[in-house]
Design a protein around this ligand. Structure first.
Ligand code: BES
Ligand code: ZN
Ligand code: MN
Length: 513
């Protein structure tokens, strides 16, 4: 069955006139020759001391920088930061240790992030002589800087006429400025844009972002980008497909449910795509199984999976990666209401299988049940990854450093751990076996949506029931990592946009195959 989908273009295009991204990215200048004469300066040092340009700066300062470092017993070990405020004519001079080892991509990003943490306004970053086998390491310093410099301030009062809205200008001294500029402008900047988009969507409150406005935020970013086809399903379309389970999650809300599909065909025409499916609950009250009040505000970010999928598709399409990728984002708001679904209700999914509702607060898996079936039926992917803030159980098990990865295939889990390590977004496996699938047998329906412990495995089994056993399938539960209560080197406090860098790395690995 292939149905014509409704394209919601008009309102999205109208919105495109205003800024689609809430936070401004710093402006990076790579092709500079003269060392700065004032302002804020950040530089890197190893265990041996300053770089060549760092030595020049020290000479301009009459040796006062090396003296200050010596007094501080600064040893250049990785991530150590020494900041000096009395080295006129500069406002601040900050030295960041880069250690002695060859720097990996994620270490370069972390160094750039540390630099951003030390520079609020315009700044100069001296990054010559980086030890790394990565091409154009300076571009990765800029990427890390941009990731950390994200600042969501659109709801803060601003005096008219102040320059608070001017973008931060960051001047970088790097060894191969042309290569760094090319890599940053043609590629890495788009990953940062994707992360910014995901963070914007995850940070915006529930009264601003609901299914239709999610789409209106995402769609303008793709205008003019080649090989992108966007489809929006409204509730009438969803009814025609028989998506009774996804529709159930939207029933209590005044905002209709939607499904957003971004199909990027930059690869060989006709090749099966990689499918990325993201949970998009624009606010999760728990529904009739109402959540307690404490920290419920934070459920405005229960769309983190869909936001990460949108960001990844944006990055992939804008750099023109040679691959076919389809991003599928079911969208609904989980609210209690007279017509909301109840615990015990039985809903029928797209393929005809029925689901007994254990708790209306287990709504993410309900979205995914219909979304993964739609994805397989309409796009026939060779691999399917779904990403969701699915369970508090995963958050408790993983803390805020690791996403949980669940698969039917240990080798695939191990591969995902490698991807995460490269990306700077780590994942760690949780179990999924036949026992978990048996636990969700229902007395009156085909399955029941909840079954106690282990919560993350049960959630995965519910979704996995609807994924063809022969299809390589990865389930990421990111409930612990999507929001960071304190800053990390490349993440300011708040919504992390977690998953864009992970899936971006996966897309690169798949495109290279
Ligand atoms: N969105 C929540 C999961 C969540 C919890 C995300 C904490 C981030 C932080 C999800 O919809 C949910 O409510 N899950 C329930 C499932 C339970 C009812 C089986 C949970 O984890 O308590
Ligand atoms: Zn939820
Ligand atoms: Mn819930």
């Amino acid at each position: 069955m292939r149905l014509t989908a409704t394209l919601v273009l008009s309102s999205a295009l109208a919105l495109g006139a205003t800024s689609a991204v809430a936070a401004d990215m710093p402006e990076f200048r790579f092709n500079v020759t003269d060392l700065p004469e004032r302002g804020d300066v950040v530089l890197f040092a190893d265990n041996e001391g300053l770089s060549d340009l760092g030595e020049e700066l020290d000479q301009i300062l009459g040796g006062r920088l090396s003296t200050a470092l010596h007094r501080h017993e600064f040893d250049g070990s990785f991530g150590k930061i020494a900041s000096f405020h009395a080295l006129a004519p500069f406002d601040t001079v900050t030295v960041i240790g880069m250690g002695d080892e060859m720097l990996t991509k994620r270490e370069l990003h972390d160094l750039g992030g540390h630099a951003a943490s030390q520079a609020d306004g315009n700044a100069t970053v001296i990054a010559d002589g980086l030890h790394s086998r990565i091409a154009a390491p300076g571009a990765h310093i800029a990427k890390g800087f941009a990731l950390r410099a994200y600042d969501f301030d659109k709801y803060k009062f601003k005096d008219v006429g102040t320059d608070m809205d001017d973008p931060q200008v960051v001047t970088l001294h790097v060894d191969d400025a042309d290569a760094a500029l090319r890599l940053f402008d043609n590629d890495l900047v788009h990953v940062v844009e994707g992360v910014y988009l995901a963070r914007d969507l995850g940070t915006e409150p529930g009264n601003v972002i609901y299914p239709q406005t999610f789409i209106e935020r995402v769609q303008p970013g793709f205008s003019g980008v080649s090989n992108v086809h966007i489809t929006v399903l409204d509730e009438a379309d969803m009814r025609r497909y028989g998506m009774g389970v996804l529709l159930g999650t939207a029933r209590g809300s005044v905002h209709d449910g939607r499904m957003l599909i971004v199909n990027y065909t930059g690869g060989t025409p006709g090749d099966a795509p990689l499918a990325l499916v993201g949970k998009g609950v624009t606010f999760d009250t728990g529904g009739i199984s109402l959540k307690p009040n404490a920290n419920m505000w934070y459920m405005k970010s229960d769309l983190s999976g869909a936001a990460a999928v949108a960001g990844t598709l944006l990055a992939t399409a804008k750099r023109g990666e040679n691959i076919n990728v389809v991003g599928v984002m079911p969208l609904s708001e989980n609210m209690p209401a007279a017509d909301a679904i109840r615990p015990g209700d039985v809903l029928t999914s797209m393929g005809g299988k029925t689901v007994e509702i254990g708790s209306t607060d287990a709504e993410g898996r309900l979205q995914l049940i219909d979304a993964v079936q739609y994805t397989q039926q309409e796009h026939d992917p060779y691999m399917l990854l779904n990403i969701a803030t699915l369970t508090g159980a995963a958050a408790r098990a993983m803390g805020d450093d690791y996403g949980a990865v669940l698969t039917r295939d240990w080798a695939l889990s191990l591969r995902m751990m490698k991807i995460g390590d490269l990306a700077g977004e780590d994942v760690w496996p949780l179990p999924l076996n036949d026992g978990h699938f048996e636990q969700i047998e229902s007395d009156i329906a085909d399955i029941v949506s909840t079954a106690g412990n282990p919560g993350a495995s049960i959630g995965a089994a519910v979704v996995g029931t609807f994924v063809d056993e022969d299809l390589p399938w990865v389930h990421l539960d990111i409930a612990g990592v999507d929001w960071q209560d304190s800053a990390k080197p490349t993440i300011p406090k708040g919504h992390a946009g977690w998953g864009v860098r992970f899936m971006d790395e996966l897309v690169r690995a798949e495109a290279d195959k």
